[in-house]
Ligand binder design. Structure first.
Ligand code: ZN
Length: 137
């Protein structure tokens, strides 16, 4: 068994990186929206299902900026650590369930949603196109 210290150190490392990355990703999505002329939005609206990251109230549209690891994206960044795999798997599976529930409820309310993955933001023109298409439709 790998020692406990390594595991908990890894855990706190991931938590930290996820937190800061999410903030960066959110800011980035906001910048894109602004550059497209969508200046009226709210952030982290807790009263909507899943507390969407960016909310366009007038348009009834929301954007979720998802960290690949926590939300179980099928990409390099979404890969689980080799140690303590059951722990991580349970966490991620629960998050995926919660996400699905939130998306369903958002739709039920007559709102539209878009999911932007953290890894997608690296491809700038792709993200801009995706956000533009979503906000314009
Ligand atoms: Zn990803």
């Amino acid at each position: 068994m790998k020692n406990q210290y390594q595991t908990s150190e890894l855990r706190s490392k991931i938590m930290k990186s996820v937190k800061s990355k999410n903030t960066g990703a959110e800011i980035y999505v906001r910048k894109i929206a602004c550059s497209l002329g969508y200046n009226h939005y709210r952030l982290n609206v807790k009263t909507l299902p899943g507390s969407p990251d960016v909310v366009f109230k007038k348009l009834r549209k929301v954007i979720f900026v998802n960290g690949c690891f926590w939300h179980g994206h099928d990409c390099n960044k979404g890969r689980l650590p080799k140690s303590n795999i059951t722990f991580w798997k349970n966490k991620v599976v629960n998050n995926i369930k919660r996400d699905r529930e939130a998306y369903k409820n958002i739709k039920k309310m007559g709102w539209k949603y878009l999911v932007i993955w953290q890894c997608e933001l690296k491809k700038e023109s792709h993200s801009i196109r995706k956000i533009k298409k979503f906000l314009e439709k």
